[in-house]
Ligand binder design. Sequence first.
Ligand code: ADP
Ligand code: ADP
Length: 216
Amino acid sequence: MRLVLVGPPGAGKGTQAQYIASNLSIPKISTGDIFRANVSGGTELGRLAKTYMDRGDLVPDEVTIAMVRDRLREDDAQDGFLLDGFPRNVSQAEVLRDMLKDWEQGLDLVLELVVDDEEVVRRLAGRRTCSQCGRIWHVEFDDKKDDVCDACGGKLFQRDDDKEETVRHRLEVYQEQTAPLVSFYAKDDLLVGVDATGPVEEVTQRAMEAIRPFMG
Ligand code: ADP
Ligand code: ADP
């Protein structure tokens, strides 16, 4: 199964990606996570990406695409993958389509997580991430009074780009650059929208129901 998750920042892509990928036994490839790992590891790629990420802008396509191409060539991605956060504009989507075609592959499905702006802002304002295992939490919805990960005991942190001002800019970037992917993929009959409101488990259930008809 070759899947892409799209949706605004805060829609729950990362949260759902961990469950969907594990249900389908495919690797979850989150470009945001790879960039953040490079930033904290102090790599050249991290240094390059950081200025864009801090502003809430997209990292340049050539950098992002090269990174995804390398990742998709790895052994564990040969029988399927779940892309979270890529593609994020139409030119990335075109390159992905051509790249997969060269490898005699193609996407099976693009899931759009649908939530309104108000909910997105509430979700991003309370997002916390585990510095150790990367699990995503929410201060209010998961009732996190301490800053400790219930899964591994690691310390939780708030992402720099979840500050109110940056969030606003990221939502604009989504509307301008990423939202056009919805009609791009609808044209190829690859798009299915999923209502991403309500409890996490219910959203996962809806997503899995949407995926089932597309499974080989
Ligand atoms: P969110 O989960 O809030 O949607 P991500 O973790 O996916 O955010 O991305 C964080 C940041 O990483 C983005 O704001 C952007 O700077 C960079 N980034 C992630 N994926 C891409 C991509 N496909 N193209 C360009 N930049 C990206
Ligand atoms: P994205 O990857 O799309 O930016 P995340 O998966 O990081 O989104 O989720 C953003 C925030 O919303 C996190 O704090 C997460 O715990 C929370 N969240 C995700 N799904 C739900 C849900 N169904 N209900 C309530 N909160 C959620």
